[in-house]
Write a protein that binds this ligand. Structure first.
Ligand code: ATP
Length: 248
C-alpha cells in the first residue's frame, strides 16, 4: 500500500487564487532508495507539485482541491512544513537561497537547527557533507555571496542534508549553471543515493541530465502527468524526446 512508497502522490489537483488550475490530476511515486525525475517545460506545474509535497501551497494562496500526497504513509496536508522537514522530507527550493552574508559553513550549520543537533553531531555531519562536496570544504570560510552559482547550489544541497533527509526534493538544481557543474552535482546526488539510500525527487527542465541519473521519470505537461516510466526507456525513445522534451 502507501507505505511501500516513501512518497505517493495520487490524482492531485491544485489551484491558485483566482481559480488558476495548475495541476489537473497528477500521480507519481518515489520508492525507498529511488531517484525520480519530474520533467516538464516552464509552467508545466513542477514547482506547484513540489510545493504541495512540502505543504507550502497555502502560503502561496494555493490549495489542493482533490487527490492526496502521502509521505511515509501520512497525509502531508495535515503536517506543517517544519514538521515535514523534521520527519525527513527536505526540499531545496528553486534559486538556491543561501544566506549571502554567512559563510558556506555557517549556511550548512543552519540546516541542523531544525532538529536541534548537538555540536558533535553537527561536526560529524559537516565532515560527511565535505566528503561529498570537497569544494564546500575549500570554501567553508568564504561568504556564500562571494561563491559561484554552482557552489551556492552545493551549499543549498549541503544545508538540506544537515536535516538528515530520507527524501530530498530538489527544484531545478541545474538552473543557470554550466554543464560540467550540473554533471558534477548530479553525480554527487547519485553517489549519495547509492551510498546512503537517500531517496531523491528532482524537478528539471534539463531532461537530458535528469534522465541520465534518475531511475524513473514522470513528464508533466500543462499540469497533467502525461507519461511515466523507467528513465532509460524514456531516454532512448525518440518520439518522447521530440514530442515532450523538446531536445535537440
Ligand atoms: P517553472 O519552470 O517556472 O518552475 P513549473 O513547471 O514549476 O515552471 P509552476 O511554477 O508550478 O510550473 O506553474 C504552474 C502554473 O501555475 C503556471 O500556469 C503558473 O503561472 C501558475 N502559478 C504558479 N505559481 C502561482 C501563484 N503563486 N499564483 C498563481 N498562479 C501561479
Amino acid at each position: 500500500a502507501d507505505k511501500d512508497f516513501l512518497l505517493a502522490i495520487d490524482g492531485v489537483r491544485a489551484t491558485y487564487k483566482h481559480a488558476i488550475t495548475a495541476l489537473h490530476g497528477v500521480s507519481l511515486t518515489v520508492g525507498h532508495g529511488e531517484i525520480v525525475a519530474l520533467l516538464g517545460a516552464n509552467g508545466a506545474g513542477k514547482t506547484t507539485t513540489l510545493k504541495g509535497i512540502s505543504n507550502l501551497l497555502p502560503a502561496e494562496r494555493g490549495q489542493i482541491t482533490a487527490g492526496s500526497i502521502k509521505f511515509d504513509g501520512s497525509d502531508v496536508s495535515a503536517i506543517s512544513p517544519a514538521d515535514l522537514v523534521r520527519s525527513g522530507l527536505v526540499q531545496v527550493l528553486e534559486g538556491r537561497h543561501c544566506f549571502r552574508s554567512l559563510t558556506v559553513e555557517e549556511n550548512l550549520i543552519t540546516g541542523g537547527i531544525g532538529r536541534s543537533a548537538k555540536r558533535a553531531e553537527i561536526a560529524d555531519d559537516l565532515e560527511n557533507i565535505y566528503a561529498y562536496f570537497p569544494r564546500l570544504k575549500e570554501k567553508r570560510r568564504t561568504l556564500s555571496g562571494l561563491t559561484s552559482g554552482g557552489e551556492q547550489q552545493m551549499t543549498a544541497i549541503g544545508r538540506a542534508l544537515m536535516s538528515r533527509p530520507r527524501l530530498l526534493v530538489l527544484d531545478e538544481p541545474s538552473m543557470g549553471l554550466a554543464p560540467l557543474i550540473v554533471q558534477d552535482i548530479f553525480k554527487t546526488l547519485r553517489r549519495l543515493n547509492r551510498e546512503t539510500g537517500l531517496a531523491i525527487l528532482v524537478a528539471e527542465q534539463n531532461s537530458t541530465v535528469a534522465l541520465k541519473y534518475a531511475d524513473r521519470a514522470t513528464i508533466l505537461e500543462n499540469g497533467v502527468a502525461v507519461l511515466s516510466g523507467a528513465a532509460d526507456e524514456l531516454r532512448d525513445n525518440e518520439d518522447i524526446k521530440n514530442f515532450y522534451l523538446g531536445q535537440k
